[in-house]
Design a protein. Structure first.
Length: 373
């Protein structure tokens, strides 16, 4: 049996709306992007949602719109996808990492304050694997030191903490819709904000620095082409129409895994603490120390089950080591977690048969890896 790591869930409605766009002849800057933005803003309960062509573009615009630049420091997590930190380097700001909490895998608020200097301008927490970071504490620290907050919510649409939506409470929350995310637009992202000034800047910068009022060839600031196209937005509209159903389905798949894997020795399954609603992005287990993660991974892959180490620490990526002089041992919690976690196949249409196959192989793999290490 072949089980892929992820797979988008595209139905009849997605095809119909895409055909509608094709028939309209308006392939960019049209009504579907506006509709998608209204749906996302309404869902998150924010004033403005600005659609862009990737999560990375959204993070870049948020950083730029907040005026973060050369000489500034931003405190962020080393346990993330690389773009949550690259977006700072784009603007010549310096990523300053604070280690994670090993239970939540999110930036540890207790580590943040020690990293604040006179150059610190912002905190950029990441809601890793759809589990909300401790935003109440992070926002308190930000208020105390007058720092901006950008949430990398690219893995967390629909995640909640204390009744609040991840990505909705800070200066800007950024979401992503690459095909492996909870909902997809192919490539795409959204910046969510309650600031109309920040929204205006982002709208202008995604569209070559044009203003709303000016002519097509008037450019009032440096801009980019970060626009989302109408086909992507059509896909997004169809997916947003059933986001509750999609997130519920993903939660059901995670529960099935938890029920099957909860008994196995040698690994820990993801958990949700009280007051927190995870939006299931990936399903990541943690292997006990003494079990060789890479051996488990190789065994699963050799038997048709795609799985992946998730994540590699950002500070140990070759160009980060080179640019900033990071070394192994700099962020021990992140490194321990990164060397022992494994993402299993996870998507809406994963069947019970597939789950049973993955779980059976995993049990064998863990036993073998334990015996030979
Ligand atoms: C997916 C993701 C992004 C953005 O990815 P794009 O491929 O640019 O849409 C950013 N940060 C995190 C943590 C992500 O998982």
């Amino acid at each position: 049996m072949i089980v892929p790591l992820s797979s988008p869930d595209i139905g009849r409605r997605e095809r119909d709306l895409i055909n509608e766009v094709l028939d309209s002849n308006i392939l960019s800057i049209g009504p579907k992007v506006e509709q998608f933005e209204r749906m996302v803003a309404g869902y998150l309960g924010v004033k403005e949602a600005i659609a862009v062509n990737s999560g990375t573009s959204g993070l870049h615009l948020a950083v730029r719109a907040l005026g973060i630049g050369e000489g500034d420091e931003v405190i962020t997590s080393p346990f993330s996808f690389v773009s949550s930190s690259n977006c700072l380097i784009f603007e010549r700001a310096r990523p300053v990492f604070a280690d994670i909490n090993q239970r939540t895998l999110n930036i540890d608020p207790a580590e943040i304050e020690a990293k604040i200097t006179r150059k610190t301008r912002a905190i950029l927490p990441v809601h890793v694997f759809g589990r909300p970071a401790e935003m109440d504490r992070i926002l308190d620290i930000a208020r105390k030191y007058r720092l901006a907050v950008i949430e990398d919510a690219c893995e967390a649409i629909g995640a909640c903490y204390g009744g609040k939506m991840a990505g909705s409470e800070s200066d800007a929350g950024v979401f992503a819709f690459y095909p492996n995310k909870q909902i997809t637009t192919g490539e795409g992202g959204v910046i969510a904000t309650n600031s109309s000034d920040l929204a205006g800047l982002c709208r202008s910068m995604r569209n070559q620095g044009r203003s709303d009022m000016g002519q097509w060839l008037d450019h009032c600031r440096l801009g980019y082409n970060y626009r989302m196209d109408e086909l992507s937005a059509a896909l997004g509209v169809a997916q947003m129409e059933r986001i509750d159903e999609i997130l519920a389905r993903r939660e059901a798949v995670a529960r099935l895994y938890n029920a099957r894997l909860g008994q196995l020795k040698g690994l820990a399954v993801p958990f949700a603490e009280p007051g927190v609603k995870i939006s299931w992005f990936v399903y990541v287990i943690r292997l006990a120390s003494g079990i060789n993660r890479d051996k488990v991974l190789t065994y699963l892959r050799a038997n048709g089950v795609d799985c992946r180490p998730y994540f590699q620490p950002i500070h140990l990526q070759p160009f980060y080591r080179e640019m900033f002089g990071f070394q192994e041992g700099d962020y021990p919690n992140t490194e321990r977690v990164a060397s022992s976690t494994l993402a299993l196949p996870f998507f809406n249409k994963l069947t019970e048969r597939q789950i049973d196959y993955v779980v059976g192989l995993l049990a064998e793999a863990v036993e073998r890896a334990a015996n030979c290490s």
